[in-house]
Design a protein around this ligand. Structure first.
Ligand code: I3S
Length: 130
């Protein structure tokens, strides 16, 4: 058995470069500003970091310790595929945090965004059992 529930959230980690934009803050819509970010999932938290170029040399999630630009707690968050009216881009995920914050995350590479979808779903599910 190797499901997320057996592994625990601490083993669900991932890092890579994604496009992201905030779309809501405190439940209020904000203007989109798509930027590339080094995106890290670790300990049930997603962080977005500027300057992905300096991060690509690091292989381990834990090695990347610079201050995140943005932090989204996955406990109580939801993740799903964004509907067509949310963006004209393809492969867009909608990440909604508990505090009314909402991000779109996107990659042109389908496999990359599918891997993120899976690990985010698994993490959010795992956090419900803790
Ligand atoms: O949902 P919107 O407003 O059509 O989002 C687009 C805008 O944010 C646009 O910037 P301006 O606000 O300067 O027009 C962006 O360049 C687009 O990328 C946004 O749409 P997509 O469909 O790419 O999410």
């Amino acid at each position: 058995f190797s499901s997320a529930q057996d592994e625990g959230v601490q083993n669900l980690e991932k890092a890579g470069i994604l496009n992201k934009t905030k779309v809501s803050e405190n439940g209020k819509k904000v203007r989109k500003n798509w930027t590339q970010a080094w995106t890290v999932l670790y300990g049930g938290v997603v962080t977005f970091h500027k300057d992905p170029k300096s991060a690509v040399t690091g292989t381990s999630v834990r090695q990347y310790k610079t201050n995140p630009e943005v932090k989204v707690e996955l406990r109580g968050a939801t993740i799903g595929w964004a509907s067509k009216d949310k963006s004209s881009k393809k492969n867009v995920l909608e990440l909604k945090g508990k505090n009314g914050v909402e991000f779109l995350i996107q990659s042109d590479t389908e496999s990359i965004i599918h891997d993120w979808h899976k690990v985010l779903v698994d993490t959010i599910r795992q956090l419900e059992y803790q």
